[in-house]
Design a binder for this molecule. Structure first.
Ligand code: NAD
Length: 348
């Protein structure tokens, strides 16, 4: 059985990956390395926390010596690197944490992986770096991001992720580290920290609070259900060509307003009130530098690795809203901490 070292496995996508590996795939030993920042949550791993093939290590990926110890101890066959500061609004308020974790942390991961790879003689070792479509910048009304679209990041978050992608590529070309990169569109699904658009809207709708829509709500994102992303990542790890980049997307381009209205319709159905939830929609000041449109051409991963999303917009959003309504205790435990659904990322 192969051993995977996963960073950021207590976050939204990382925890979905860890749960999937230990319940659906069952082909791997999983070592989850996570600092447990505000976004890391061991509650999201409760379904698998006692699994004999699961190991948790609390560590900051900026700690190179700590990483070396973990590589030597667990002798991983592959790394899936998801740990990151991930929220654009927080990167506007405080970019330094993004520089530290996303750039310095990725550098330390690459160096520890390189030291380990050079002495381990594991010919099939892989380092999969999980990144975002936001590195490509903002599209006009037409066109799609392809793997060779020039990088044009515009937020501190996307600039830090673009930097990390370049480091990964450099470590492959210069040192021969067997790397792969994935650039994925916006994810949604269960266990997402309630600072992001989808959980914010569901939880505020449930409380009968105003539903904040940035600007005119006409920014477009390509939405992908998180478990589809997880399956895409495993396809890349298991079948991808070393040194290559793969875009992952959901073929679900929607404006933010369309998404919020869709959630409102689901809330009307699943948690009805005397009024329509759409009445709660409130347009608020736009995010500074808000990218207009992201859209992914996921043709390469479909053609070469036979990956396609299983969920569509309707099925994925219904599952997501139902999950939040059935797991309010998970949300309430988070919201009893420092973050209380307030707006972040407004320039003073
Ligand atoms: P998240 O914020 O939910 O989780 C990040 C995890 O990383 C948390 O568990 C946190 O504790 C951990 N972490 C942060 N800093 C760390 C450090 N210094 N050392 C160790 N652990 C640390 O993020 P997410 O939404 O699950 O995203 C995971 C990855 O996927 C990120 O790299 C992100 O850029 C990428 N991605 C996300 C999306 C999306 O829509 N969420 C889309 C495409 C790509």
């Amino acid at each position: 059985m192969k051993t995977l070292l996963i960073t950021g496995g207590a976050g939204f996508i990382g925890s979905a990956l860890v749960r999937y590996l230990l319940t659906e795939s069952q082909n791997y030993n999983v070592v989850n390395v996570d600092k447990l920042t505000y976004a890391g949550n061991l509650d999201s791993l409760k379904p698998i926390e006692k699994h004999p093939n699961y190991h948790f290590e609390q560590l900051d990926i900026c700690d190179g010596a700590g990483l070396d110890n973990l590589f030597n101890h667990y002798q991983p066959d592959a790394v899936m690197h998801l740990a990151a500061e991930s929220h654009v609004d927080r990167s506007i308020d405080g970019p330094m944490a993004f520089i530290e974790t996303n750039i310095i942390g990725t550098y330390q991961m690459l160096e520890s992986a390189r030291r380990f790879y050079q002495k381990s003689q594991k010919a099939d070792f892989r380092f999969l770096h999980i990144s975002t479509d936001e590195v490509y910048g903002s599209l006009g009304p037409t066109g799609l991001f392809q793997e060779d679209t020039p990088y044009d990041p515009r937020s501190p978050f996307s600039a830090s992720k673009a930097s990390s992608d370049h480091l990964v590529s450099a470590w492959h070309h210069t040192y021969g580290l067997p790397t792969l990169i994935s650039n994925c569109s916006n994810n949604y699904g269960p266990y997402q920290f309630p600072e992001k658009l989808i959980p914010v809207v569901i939880l505020k709708a449930l409380r009968g609070e105003k539903l904040p829509v940035y600007g005119k709500g006409d920014n477009i994102r390509d939405w992908l259900y998180v478990d589809d992303h997880v399956r895409g990542l495993l396809s890349i790890l298991e079948k991808g060509q070393v040194g290559e980049t793969y875009n992952i997307g959901g073929h679900n381009e929607k404006t933010n307003l369309e998404v919020v209205k869709h959630i409102c319709a689901l809330m009307d159905e699943l948690s009805p009130k005397v009024y329509s939830h759409e009445d709660l929609i409130s347009f608020v000041a736009d995010r500074p530098g808000h990218d207009k449109r992201y859209a992914i051409d996921a043709g390469k991963i479909a053609r070469e690795l036979d990956w396609r999303p299983v969920e569509n917009f309707e099925s994925g959003f219904k599952k997501t809203v139902v999950w939040y309504l059935e797991n309010l205790a998970w949300c309430e435990r988070i919201l009893s901490g420092e973050y209380r659904l307030e707006r972040l990322g407004i320039l003073s």
